[in-house]
Design a protein around this ligand. Structure first.
Ligand code: CAA
Length: 373
């Protein structure tokens, strides 16, 4: 199958980013949102992102104009009729996605592939809302979509293997690294990342460390591009709470229950950068958080890192995902300087295991224990 026209439904940060990815790669793109205001916001996100690239000398004004000219924005699903692939990037609410897919099924030509950018919801349940479940898959991009090079392709029991192979080929043509995963809550990256982010807010809630101490610790000790609270603000705290609810419904573990600090921020409308504030206030430009309490930073860095490495070990050991896909996902999806298995290799597995045992004993959390050998 040759892809020429790509549709995107939902023009928030992720939807607008996905529009940019495809239009930059030369595809004709149709971007649809539910209201005139949402369409304007999507257009404005694309314009700002292209203007930034022009001001940095990464694109010429002519190239930027050509990229914009390839995108048609609108509110009507009929605009998507001739798309070869439509990617849905609406909020993480299953009933909303089911409704959108049923409308897409009616609007898009029968040969069109329908993909969801869901972060954790069941792709199977979304596919069931259509008359073409074999042509429905997950295509999960990372924020900012034009920057992060990793995309998870989620297949269900219904998925036509040819459709999956075509989408992987398409993704590779965009310069992305694609990993295939079956339909499981949180897929690869979010299952690991959200537990780590939740762990950070649990530490914050307990008063053991401040957000600045945690953010500075992960930046300085592990070279992460952002600390956990900064990253929660970037992704959207409301989105993170929804992903955690899905993961928690599956694992039933207390460590996956959305931390109170996050739930309270969402209730007060502080959902992160998109609302102007979250853990931090974005009314002014922020410098990277710093803190001079080395002892606290060292402790929280140890605890966050060891719990996360333990999760990665368990994910690989249970056959959920390969070491290569886990390492690629964390490096190319989240900009981490090293994959977890590269870190484990450097530290030595015995040191990681004894740190897991110490963490589990000190905190009383059984889930942090090392796996039996
Ligand atoms: N759109 C397009 N390009 C962007 C961008 C955006 N929103 N934000 C940054 N960029 C580009 C910049 O133009 C710049 O490009 P060049 O190198 O070509 O000049 C590059 O990214 C670096 O940007 P900056 O210098 O402005 O800022 P930075 O170095 O601090 O990087 C960052 C910013 C890319 C966001 C980096 O901090 C990072 O990678 N953070 C981690 C983000 C992450 O973990 N994302 C995954 C979240 S999980 C997820 O998304 C899945 C889910 O379902 C929840």
């Amino acid at each position: 199958m040759s892809f020429s026209q790509i549709g995107v439904v939902g023009l928030g940060i992720m939807g607008a980013g996905i529009v940019e990815v495809f239009s930059r790669a030369g595809y004709q793109v149709v971007g649809v949102a539910e209201s005139a205001a949402a369409v304007e916001a999507g257009k404005s996100n694309l314009t700002k992102s292209l203007a930034r690239a022009v001001s940095k000398g990464k694109l010429t004004q002519d190239q930027s104009d050509e990229i914009s000219a390839r995108v048609l924005f609108g509110e009507n699903f009929d605009l998507l009729a001739n798309c070869d692939l439509v990617i849905e990037a609406a909020p993480e609410i299953l009933s909303l996605k089911v409704e959108i897919f049923s409308k897409l099924d009616a609007a898009v030509k029968p040969s069109g592939i329908l993909a969801t950018n869901t972060s954790s919801l069941s792709v199977t349940q979304i596919a069931n809302a259509t008359s073409r479940p074999a042509k429905v898959i997950g295509m999960h991009f990372f924020n900012p979509a034009p920057v992060q090079k990793f995309v998870e392709v989620i297949s269900t029991a219904h998925s036509d293997p040819e459709v999956v192979a075509e989408v992987i080929e398409l993704g590779n043509s965009l310069g992305k690294h694609l990993a295939r995963i079956s339909d499981q809550p949180g897929f690869i990256v979010n299952k690991l990342l959200l537990r780590y982010l939740n762990h950070a807010v649990q530490i914050l809630d307990s008063g053991q460390a401040s957000k600045e101490q945690m953010d500075a610790a992960m930046r300085e000790h592990s070279g992460y591009p952002m600390g956990p609270c900064e990253l929660l603000d970037l992704i959207g705290i409301d989105t993170c709470v929804e992903i955690l609810k899905t993961i928690h419904a599956d694992t039933k573990l207390a460590i996956d229950e959305p931390a109170v600090g996050m739930v309270e921020l969402v209730s007060s409308g502080k959902k992160g950068r998109k609302t102007g504030s979250g853990f931090y206030d974005y009314s002014e430009r922020l410098d990277a958080p710093t803190d001079s309490n080395e002892a606290v930073k060292s402790q929280v860095h140890n605890d966050l890192l060891i719990a996360y490495l333990g999760d990665c070990i368990a994910m690989e050991a249970t056959g959920y995902a390969t070491k290569a896909d886990i390492d690629s996902g964390m490096k190319l999806g989240c900009g981490l300087p090293e994959g977890p298995f590269e870190v484990i290799e450097k530290m030595g597995i015995e040191k990681v295991r004894s740190a897991q045992a110490e963490l589990s004993e000190r905190t009383g959390v059984v889930a942090y224990q090392p796996l039996p050998l």
